[in-house]
Design a protein around this ligand. Structure first.
Ligand code: SAM
Length: 215
């Protein structure tokens, strides 16, 4: 199924997405299509994106929407659960983790406040499935003052990501962390950051073909 075509022809609940996000969605979430994925979307809006993810991932998917507004509970239907709480509160996130288990993929489209995005990431990223995907969208807000953003301003999610690039390469910089050991890649798009988790093999540079023994 083509997610972009599905979005354009949506006639159910309203979805609110920037059009240039769709190639990134397909790139990073495509491998979960028709799989028994547990997919969290933080920020339910008007409920249409939850339905879009359900159509995209197919009959085995469990979609979990998290939102601070109690009225979002009405978006619940088969395969779509909604839990009400603040994305920045660990207790709320833990209750959702306890109920649904480690998510395979998380999309943070919630408050977009820098302190919230960072608190949510710090708590959920280590608890994501070890081969999971974590995506944060609308990161233009990392440059907007009313969300706690600003160019090169300390405390934004983009500034955190700049440090995480060093951690991704932490083995070579001798600062390896849990993030280093559990993260395969980071991806940056206009307004989107993606983290792909996975197990590293032994890092080893090879030369092939092997040099022949001189006789
Ligand atoms: C941009 S809308 C989500 C749009 C929706 N995902 C879509 O694509 O159509 C942001 C949502 O985040 C929710 N939100 C705001 N602050 C929040 C918080 N602290 N915790 C959880 N959700 C929050 C809002 O109630 C709103 O529904």
């Amino acid at each position: 199924m083509n997610l972009w075509a599905d979005f354009l022809t949506n006639d159910q609940r309203t979805i609110h997405k920037w059009k240039h996000y769709f190639p990134a969605y397909e790139q990073h979430f495509g491998r979960f299509v028709y799989r028994p994925v547990v997919f969290w979307e933080i920020g339910c809006g008007e409920g249409g994106s939850l339905q879009m993810w359900k159509r995209y991932f197919g009959p085995h998917a469990q979609i979990v929407g998290l939102d601070i507004r109690p009225q979002c509970s009405e978006f619940q239907e088969d395969q779509i659960a909604v839990r009400i709480g603040n994305q920045a509160q660990k207790g709320f996130l833990d209750s959702v983790l306890d109920e649904f288990g480690p998510p395979d993929a998380i999309l943070d489209d919630g408050s977009h406040r820098m302190d919230h995005v960072i608190a949510t990431f710090h708590h959920l990223y280590p608890r994501l499935d070890r081969n999971g995907v974590y995506m944060v969208e609308d990161m233009h807000t990392a440059y907007w003052e009313k969300f706690g953003g600003g160019l090169c301003r300390e405390g934004t999610f983009i500034e955190l990501c700049k440090h995480l690039i060093d951690e991704l390469n932490g083995v070579h910089a001798r600062i390896a962390t849990e993030f280093t050991n559990s993260t395969l890649s980071m991806h940056f798009y206009d307004s989107i950051v993606v983290f792909e988790r996975g197990r590293h093999g032994i890092r080893k540079a090879l030369k092939v073909p092997r040099p022949r023994n001189r006789e």
